[in-house]
Design a protein around this ligand. Structure first.
Ligand code: GLA
Length: 389
């Protein structure tokens, strides 16, 4: 079993809440995305890593069809009957914790009920996939209690079903794949069409730093879905001229330019981001693996610019974090990570400069905005780990 203070805390909460001892545990990563933003739902490439900010869950089985979940960080407990369980009218932590069990059962797998405690240290709404890590850890619990061990892409797919259908968030597969399939010390170049993952090393002597803008976002907020709609509108023109195209991932810049006249200016810019970001991601993975940190940095900056100008998912605070970071010694690249509209930036920083970088970025950002930022090194870590006590 993994030993962690977080796991001890969740275990203790379980005992207090349910007056019994847990039988199984699961531990899943938040994620940082190095590059490849808003490409997953275009069937494209992404380059995330699971990180050492985690969600832990523990549970004991029941055979009466009742599911009780204690959400340690929310201080609340939800109780539902599995028979007749359906998405709630209001989306909150209850949806994110019950949804994975609903999706597990919906996938045709056996489940007879459980008492569960779950909690973690992935900041919520910070663009580091707190919701995916909750979903993946709870799919891990459902698997553990039913004595099965589905391959990690299946775990990710079930977790995504929970988010898409139970929480009504039209996210892609990146977060759940990173959270479920991450590897210690590695990033994953993930093909979101085939779900094939290639492990990529972060070069020795370099670390990933996340900086919190302090601005909170919610994917349910509407802008995320609107970007998908704007892209779909543009894609209808592309497909008219190129009928074999299935997604923006299949489109080249030349193809896009050739149908530019037909579509709205907004759809064109959205698709220009999707096409150019996909290309940057594949190039960045190759550069990272080759240790060409300067090239990765340039691609990260290009990504941020494209997200800010073409996809319009940045905000003044994220732009400010990126701008300050770019001036600090030892920072090769900086960009927003995750959906945008707030949350965190990711920075590729020389290891021996990381402590000073974190301090200076926090101080200068506070000076510029009045916002206290949490700036910290995150380590590429395992995806879903699980077992029995
Ligand atoms: C969120 C979604 C992901 C992905 C990113 C943007 O994190 O959950 O599927 O679309 O935004 O890259």
């Amino acid at each position: 079993m993994i030993q962690s203070q977080l796991m001890d805390r969740i275990r203790e909460s379980f005992r207090n809440e349910f007056s019994r001892v847990p039988e199984v545990w699961a531990d899943a990563g938040g994620r940082v995305n190095i590059i490849g933003e808003h490409t997953d739902y275009h069937d494209g490439f992404v380059l995330p890593a699971a990180i050492d900010l985690r969600t832990c869950a523990v549970a004991a089985g029941r055979d009466d069809g009742i599911l009780r979940i204690h959400a340690v960080d929310f201080g609340g407990t939800v109780e539902v009957a599995l028979d007749g369980l359906k998405p709630f009218d209001r989306i909150d932590w209850r949806s994110y914790t019950c949804g994975p069990f609903w999706a597990w059962i919906r996938s045709g797998r056996p489940f007879s009920g459980a008492d569960v405690a779950v909690g973690g240290d992935v900041p919520s709404g910070g663009g580091l996939s707190s919701s995916a890590s909750v979903e993946v850890s709870l799919v891990g619990i459902a698997a553990g209690l039913s004595l099965s061990a589905p391959p990690c892409p299946d775990v990710a797919a079930i977790a995504r079903t929970a988010e898409n259908l139970f929480c009504r968030v039209p996210c892609g597969i990146m977060d759940q794949m990173a959270s479920a399939c991450g590897h210690e010390g590695k990033a994953l170049l993930l093909d979101c069409r085939t779900l094939q993952a290639t492990l990529v090393d972060v070069p020795a002597g370099w670390v990933l730093v996340v900086a919190d803008s302090g601005v909170r976002h919610s994917l349910a907020g509407g802008e995320y879905a609107r970007r998908q709609k704007e892209c779909a509108d543009g894609m209808s023109f592309v497909v008219n001229s190129f009928p074999t195209v299935r997604a923006a991932r299949d489109v080249s810049m030349e193809m896009l330019e050739s149908v530019r006249q037909g579509m709205s200016e907004v759809s064109f810019r959205r698709l220009r981001h999707a096409v150019s970001e996909n290309d940057r991601t594949v190039r960045a993975a190759a550069a990272l693996q080759a240790g060409d940190v300067a090239e990765v940095g340039l691609l990260m900056h290009g990504s941020h610019r494209s997200l800010a100008l073409d996809y319009e998912v940045s905000c003044a605070e994220l732009d400010r974090l990126v701008e300050i970071a770019s001036r600090i010694d030892g920072c090769a690249g900086a960009r927003l990570t995750g959906a945008g509209f707030g949350g965190n930036t990711v920075n590729l920083v020389r290891q021996d400069a990381a402590v000073d970088f974190c301090d200076r970025l926090a101080v200068e950002y506070r000076g510029a905005t009045g916002i206290e930022s949490v700036v910290r090194v995150v380590r590429p870590a395992s995806g879903l780990l699980s077992g029995r006590f």
